[in-house]
Design a protein. Sequence first.
Length: 460
Amino acid sequence: MAVPQNEPLRCGLSWAAKVACSGYYLSGRAPRDVLLQSIAWTYAPPEELKQLKGRSTEILLEGLSIEHDEADQRVTLTRYGESGHARMHGGMGAMVVPELDQRAHYEAPAIVPQPQADVRLDQLGGYYDDRSPPKVDQAGLRAALDTAFADPRQMTNAYLVLHRGRVVAERYRPPFSADTRFESWSMGKSLASSLVGIAHEQGALDLDEDGLFDEWRSDDRRSIRLRNLLNMSSGLTFSGSFGKGEDNAVKQRDGLFLDHIYVYASGCDAHRFCTDKPLEIEPGSAVRYRNCDPLLVMRLLRERCAPDLDDFLRLPQAQLFDAVGSSGFVLETDPYGNFLISGHDFARARDWARIGQLWLQRGEWQGTQVMSKAYVDFALTPATGSEEPYYGGFVALNRSGLASGLPPDAFWFSGGGQQRTIVVPSLDLVIVRMGHIFGAGFRLDDTLQKAHAQVCQAVA
């Protein structure tokens, strides 16, 4: 049983409880830090959010109470008589539970990284080991770090630069460190894309296959192809306001919590919720930023590559993270064991650097083709139906100059609050920036454009 979609405050509080639970138990953050910097936007109505205008989020805590049970690793948030609940579930991180005493509908398997994880962090790719250390302008890199961290209100927690496969600059905001797992939000979509690239290399998935699910084969949804899902152009009916040009302060429509975030907030079977949606427009005709598409990609990966639930839950570590020597990712699920990879994911900055380096090397890692090169080419090609060439296969593209501080061949994995893993092939460069949601309200974009431009100049 899920939190009803027509109870938007309860949905928002449930989502906030999940974010708080993850913040406490995965990131080791202080409760007040999480409340002020990460969660209020999940439950506050638009009129409250728009009152902020760059001010402290203290006003959004009015009427909010929080209870956390350390022994059970459970969090409850209450506001105006409504409550939301979340709890940790083994190594799978936190999840929404609709009722206080509810638990997951599956047993959490042990996720055990391979022993080579985290070896040689100074040479993440291993691809450039036989080459001399890169020559960079160290003063320029220090200036870029100073820029990124100059305004504490912008809440930049981590900024890391890889050039030619080596860490050449790295800084963290106290009390955080290289060992901290940060909320990564929609950067997780790139992990879904990476897993498809692996399955494509193995011959398990075809981008042009249609009739993807049994439920779709007898109606007009049978025309949806895998490439449409990866381009966010499935055409499914799915309410949302978190896309380009949309107002992300809006969280409900016609009394219903938006589909795009209901999958996070309700404790529903997210795969079933998305699969049941009817077609609204022709597949491939428009790019619309909707979480149904990456979640359905994960359902397809489960059915084609790991039908056993335990095998599916181990798949990202076994197929992707072990391949690049990463042990820090935690991908959270709904209570039914479906990865909410479209936004509920935690990792260290260096973990994201490894994924960026894999894409920089077009899917190759230490002589092994992990992801299909043909798939990487697809993912970095502008989607059909896009108003401008800014989106590929769950990857943002800079072909139209969206990021003025970066070259046009740059692309990035993007998450709320300006979580970024930026790849610049022409400069052999990967940049990782991580922070908290409310930092974006203090002219963060201007700051990061300047910092990224300084990095590019320092390594050119």
